[in-house]
Design a protein around this ligand. Structure first.
Ligand code: F1P
Length: 351
């Protein structure tokens, strides 16, 4: 069995541990976090950690009402004036599975040295690495670390940790109770998720995949795209669904497949985009919250969960998309543990 498969399928257990551990970490340093009604949140990462930042920012803003944004780590020290505000109290979550990606370490150090209005919180899966040494406060989820090059359980676990933090900041015990149901829901659904991914992966005539996600699903669409590219090098892209209609839809052919991450928001608009996609001959696939919200032109579907709110359900989409990329690699005779041209950690000497 591959590391990748093992790490994807052990997410029910690792999510359970993440909820427990995050509450413990947060309680040890929450008093030192200065929250005001003007606070803004910045989520910083590279690769998968940047894409989880995009979804985390959307989820944070939704629940706190405070401005939240995601920034690629390099832009913190290479384009700081275009991404940072010196006047507003800011909490920056600096996110890295390995805790030693060059840009992440540079970003954390740069913020601490140059921005007195910014409080830095580290989030990693390796407590022994440099990130936890250079920041005052960190959440370390060692149980969610990986041997694989590509990030799977570390992605969802770090995202879940940020959701747990958001529930604590806003004192939303209702949402924390929902998050606590996720491990059990995933455990009962994992077989269906795998079947969805396996069947989609074995449609050999498809040579181009597009992932569409709105709002909090946009980061997930980007991550699904990255997973497929990393594990298979198959051509793929990710877009906001309505933006896709403004030009990129011209790339579709009858050999394309469009995967829609469908939530309750914007459902009717997404359905209209799907009608156009089907008209141009591409296969429409959807992941939808409930049976009643399925995209009607979709010929391959996954009903993700009908119990939770959109906010809490978000990360449930990811294991199905990870299993799709995994099975696509297997179908193409590739080893998902050995993605082409990639290393587990990117170290750039210029930083
Ligand atoms: C993670 C990352 C991965 C990518 C590649 C290089 O960095 O960018 O997303 O798949 O393996 O590293 P980090 O989260 O460890 O900083």
């Amino acid at each position: 069995m591959s590391f990748t498969y093992e790490e994807v399928t052990k997410q029910p257990l690792s999510w359970e541990l993440t909820i427990q551990e995050t509450l413990i970490f947060w309680n040890t340093f929450k008093e030192s976090i200065n929250l005001t009604e003007h606070t803004q949140f910045i989520f910083i990462g590279s690769g998968s950690s940047f894409y989880l930042s995009q979804t985390a920012a959307a989820l944070f803003q939704e629940i706190t009402g405070l401005t939240s944004r995601a920034v690629p780590a390099s832009e913190i020290f290479l384009a700081s004036s275009s991404v940072l505000n010196t006047h507003v109290p800011t909490i920056a979550f600096v996110i890295s599975r390995s805790g030693k990606t060059s840009e992440i370490l540079s970003a954390a150090q740069y913020l601490q040295k140059n921005y007195r209005n910014v409080q830095v919180v580290g989030l990693t899966c390796r407590s022994s690495e440099r990130l936890t040494k250079i920041v005052t406060n960190a959440i370390a989820l060692d149980h969610a670390d990986e041997q694989s090059v590509v990030m799977t359980q570390s992605f969802t676990n770090m995202l879940l940790a940020l959701q747990v933090v958001a529930t604590q900041i806003e004192q939303r015990e209702d949402k924390l109770r929902e998050l606590k149901q996720l491990p059990e829901i995933l455990s009962t659904k994992l077989k269906d998720f795998e079947e969805f991914g396996r069947v989609l992966a074995t449609k050999p005539e498809r040579d181009y995949f597009v992932f569409l996600g709105l709002g909090k699903y946009y980061g997930l669409a980007n991550e699904a795209n990255l997973k497929l590219k990393e594990m298979t090098q198959v051509a793929s892209d990710a877009y906001n669904p309505l933006e896709f209609r403004h030009g990129p839809i011209s790339t579709l052919t009858p050999r394309s497949c469009v995967v829609m991450l469908n939530g309750n928001e914007g459902y009717s608009y997404l359905s209209e985009v799907a009608v156009d996609v089907a008209t141009f001959g591409a296969l429409v696939v959807d992941l939808s919250p409930t049976e009643g919200q399925r995209i009607c032109t979709a010929t391959h579907s996954l009903v993700v969960d009908d119990r939770l709110s959109d906010w809490s359900r978000t990360i449930l989409y990811m294991p199905a998309l990870q299993l799709f990329a995994y099975h696509k690699a297997i179908a193409l005779g590739l080893d998902p543990d050995k993605p082409r041209n990639l290393t587990q950690v990117v170290v750039i000497s210029g930083t």
